[in-house]
Design a binder for this molecule. Structure first.
Ligand code: PLP
Length: 490
């Protein structure tokens, strides 16, 4: 059974969703019959629904405003719009995309502290009124174009925590300038209603959130003293969207830290064991900065959390080069560690790479950790003998390398490699450099999740659907097994 979700997205509904690997295998077989070896994405939309269900269950006080920049695929936005999330948009185009899905403008935050004036005019015209700022020039622009906007001061969070992508270098008002900036906003009779921050994308330490929430409280109090009515706290993005490995922070750890810091669970005094790690409660002074009875609404801007694990890619091996040992370049090519093959290091060329879907590898400081954990080989491959190998993208640029040093059994031109956890910042950053085609998409969803979300489609005749947006509160959530939740906080 297939359903259209608009904008040429056709979703295959399956009663039982096999492993991502076997889904990909079945598509590979299909494509091979058509003599087609283009790379392709497999998109599990049910995964996004489960992430949402988990968020609402585990972080009920924090309303998610999905960061569109992370993956603006129509199906992602449609599913999240129908689930009732809000959206964090960075530009007119992103706002337009979300409004086209009949999302109420009140469910959008224009979370770019530097806005092009024409975009600002557009948001005024569409009544997208909640937006962030962190500098004086922005206040004057807003005064001129959209004086009634609801403003959140984006602050610089304490910066001594590890993150994949550092954002503080470009955004966030330094604590020493907060008072001055608020005073200017007051003198312009602008409407400051809250505080926002972003600890950095791919946050690697839960305490980063606690420390930023503490700082946000100070700014709240300052703004209240100046006479602003403060009602909104935006705790940004940074949550992992995949099963994290050693040294990475889990969603559950971030959640626990936030809940305690915001308001809840003062009884959490002892360290607790979560899977293999011990989670410590935040230090006492970090507790209850935003008690619920104060009435402050708390939102977040998760991007990668929602989409990372939903998307996998299959890429075809289009070339292979066996490099004699003496020709290996120690900077670029792998060192043979297997001991089995003392003559060769093998270079594989696949038909997607750094200029396509793997661009985040170029920027992500945590990339060595946030790696493609579901990297999978073709089935029935003898893995007892492996060789030092590297995997390269298809363009003519030397930096186009996906895996610099990995141990693989010998593969052949025409074989496929699968990579999981490809949903974040892959589609949006990818280009067609060197004229390389972008991968095509195959959308899937498990039937019980799909029909819970869209019961009206449970009829025999396939038709184009118009979905009524549902509110977060009004929506019945799909059930995720507790075991899954326990696994990694999802
Ligand atoms: N909000 C803002 C303002 C951002 O710049 C970003 C990412 O850069 C996000 C949210 C999403 O962050 P993440 O994908 O780490 O959740």
């Amino acid at each position: 059974m297939e359903h259209s979700i608009g904008s040429d997205c056709v979703v295959e509904i399956r009663d039982i969703l096999e492993s991502r690997q076997s889904l990909m295998k079945s598509k590979v077989l299909l494509l091979e019959k058509e003599n087609n070896e283009d790379a392709f994405f497999v998109f599990d939309l049910g995964d996004i629904v489960q992430k949402y269900a988990n968020w609402v269950r585990r972080l009920p006080r924090v309303e998610p405003f999905y960061a569109v920049k992370c993956n603006d695929d129509h199906a992602v936005l449609k599913i999240l719009a129908d689930l009732g999330t809000g959206f964090d948009c960075a530009s007119q185009n992103e706002i337009q995309k979300v409004l086209n899905l009949d999302v109420d403008p009140a469910r959008i935050i224009y979370a770019n502290t530097v806005k092009q004036i024409s975009f600002l005019k557009y948001s005024a015209g569409k009544n997208v009124s909640t937006m962030t700022f962190d500098n004086e020039a922005e206040l004057y622009k807003i005064k001129a174009v959209f004086p009634g906007a609801r403003l959140l001061l984006r602050i610089l969070p304490p910066g001594h925590f590890k993150v994949g992508f550092e954002l503080g270098i470009k955004f966030g008002c330094h604590p020493q300038r907060v008072l001055n900036l608020l005073a200017i906003a007051k003198s312009l009779t602008l409407n400051v209603v809250g505080v926002s921050f972003h600890v950095g994308s791919g946050c690697l330490e839960a305490e980063a959130f606690a420390a930023a929430i503490e700082r946000a409280r100070e700014v709240f109090d300052l703004a209240c003293d100046i006479g602003f009515k403060m009602e909104l706290l935006d705790i940004g993005g940074g949550y992992p969207g995949h099963e994290t490995g050693p040294g990475e922070v889990t969603f559950e750890e971030l959640r626990a830290c936030e809940m305690v810091t915001l308001s809840e669970n003062s009884s959490w005094d002892k360290p607790v064991r979560h899977l293999t790690r011990i989670i410590h409660p935040p230090p006492l002074p970090w507790r209850k900065y935003f008690p619920e009875n104060e009435g402050v609404k708390v939102i977040a801007e998760p991007g990668r959390y929602f989409v990372t694990s939903a998307l996998s890619i299959a890429a075809n091996i289009i070339g292979k080069r066996v490099m004699p040992r003496h020709q290996r370049n120690k900077d670029n090519l792998p060192i043979d560690r297997s001991g089995e093959s003392d003559k060769a290091a093998i270079m594989y060329y696949i038909n997607d790479g750094i200029y396509g879907s793997f661009t985040p590898l170029l920027f992500d400081k945590g990339a060595e950790k946030i790696k493609y954990t579901e990297f999978v080989l073709p089935e029935e491959r003898d893995t007892s003998i492996v060789h030092s190998s590297s995997v390269w993208g298809p363009t003519c640029d030397g930096v186009d390398c996906v895996l610099k040093d990995c141990q693989l059994p010998e593969l052949n031109v025409g074989d496929w490699l699968y990579f999981g956890n490809m949903g974040a910042y892959s589609i949006v950053l990818g280009s067609a450099f060197n004229g390389m085609p972008r991968p095509r998409y195959f959308y899937y969803c498990q039937s019980d999740i799909w029909y819970q979300l869209y019961p009206e489609t449970a009829c025999k005749v396939e038709r184009r659907m118009t979905f009524a947006p549902k509110t977060m509160a009004g929506h019945e959530l799909p059930k995720t097994a507790d075991a899954d939740t326990e696994k990694n906080g999802f």
